[in-house]
Design a protein around this ligand. Sequence first.
Ligand SMILES: Nc1ncnc2c1ncn2[C@@H]1O[C@H](COP(=O)(O)OP(=O)(O)OP(=O)(O)O)[C@@H](O)[C@H]1O
Length: 505
Amino acid sequence: MLLADVALTSREVAATAARSAKVAALARLFGATGPAEAPVVITYLAGRLPQRRLGVGPRALAERPPPSPAARLTVLGTDLALSRIAGVFGQGAGAERRRLLRALLAEATAEEQDFLVRLIGGELRQGALDAFAVEGLAAASGAAPEEVRRAVMLGGSLGAVARALLADGPAALAEFTLTVGRPVLPMLAQSAKDLGEALERAGPCAVEEKLDGIRAQVHREGDRVRIYTRTLDEITERLPEVRAAALELAAERAVLDGELIALDEAGRPRPFQETSGRVGSLQGTLPLTPVFFDALLIGDRDLLEAPTAERHAALAAIAPGPRRVRRVLVEDPADAAARRAAERFAAEVLAAGHEGVLVKALNAPYRAGRRGASWLKVKPVHTLDLVVLAAEWGHGRRTGRLSNLHLGARRADGSFAMLGKTFKGLTDALLDWQTGRLRELAVADDGHVVRVRPELVVEIALDGVQRSTRYPAGVTLRFARVLRYREDKPAGEADTVETVLAMLR
Ligand SMILES: Nc1ncnc2c1ncn2[C@@H]1O[C@H](COP(=O)(O)OP(=O)(O)OP(=O)(O)O)[C@@H](O)[C@H]1O
């Protein structure tokens, strides 16, 4: 497949607001896509790179050679060329990467050059693309969209499902079942205003402590253990203590969902930044403890469709108390005594230094990859996960470091609206870290503001939001401060403008 075909479809999909037209354009393209090309095609359409980071800056992207008169770049050829660029390290790497990029661009037509530069610069990101691609793939292959969706959750990636579907047709979807050693997307929670609202919405439920750590899915088969993050990256090698804990479970074969936290000697949770250092690229040395809250598979039993109460019981049978999240049951939310007990529990959880509670409907299945109403989170402090759009060079003590962050929320079309700026809450270690990371993401630097690819998610605490004519969404943040970077969260899942506007009310 030619890169030109992908560029054309990308333009068509962006140009129409109609879901059916987007899906039809994608279905046409997938009809002509080979199985091996499919993962790359899908990644490009979503505006992402399989290589994630190329290490080329704004200067390299600004240097365009004369375009090729005819389209001849293939998708796989382009992918190979980008992998070569990403693989250059050491002295003179910058210049060598620029040379390779120029050589690639010289092979591209003017339209392909445009596509590549915007792709590499992060301007083509389309958060909603995967959902349309599922339908486009279903249409192109004759499979049911719901089946494709289920396979993506269980297979962990749209690319892998597309490859199988385009190679073997709808029958290939049967291979995508929950398998030990193959992570599935975690179930996510919606927000509730307070515990009262959550109990009302959930019906009979469990109220659980919300631990402030790192989401982890732990797979065990005999003495083989694998640990995955929320984005399904494998982190087993970095966490021998978690592996050891998994080997102590009373089940040889299990897939469990939980949170990794760092505790001090008194058993109180340590700040998240110390936890995340072990998993993200910040440095961290504290040992982590897994605390499980769900079981997806135990022995030969796939528990995904089993109700919460049954999954919790299955977990309790194989994991000792300290390895499990603490919870109280509210069998009847209309019962005042049960509600009071839940309120007391939530207050204790906060007093113990945790961030809030989760309220989980007892009769609901485990919905991998979904943010449904059967899990509700209640947190007393307002926080937003926003995307860093730019940063300003600091002054005085912060000279030479990127400091004041420009923060954006996600629009429905996948672009970002700036909400405000903050340099509060940044420790020296965070300043150093973000300076390095943001320079890697830089696309422009005017000596004052460095604009970056919108990829880095940061969790911001705030006192609220207020109307403002200075910012494009008509709203800005009050007393925003940085809590932590969320390297485990993709920008496509950052909070939306809609969520922020809802906070005005
Ligand atoms: N008992 C628990 N049950 C489920 N999740 C928990 C629990 N304790 C802590 N968590 C963590 O809380 C997260 C959900 O709430 P949070 O407000 O942190 O959302 P987030 O990570 O910002 O976004 P998302 O809801 O997208 O995960 C889970 O992903 C998990 O990491």
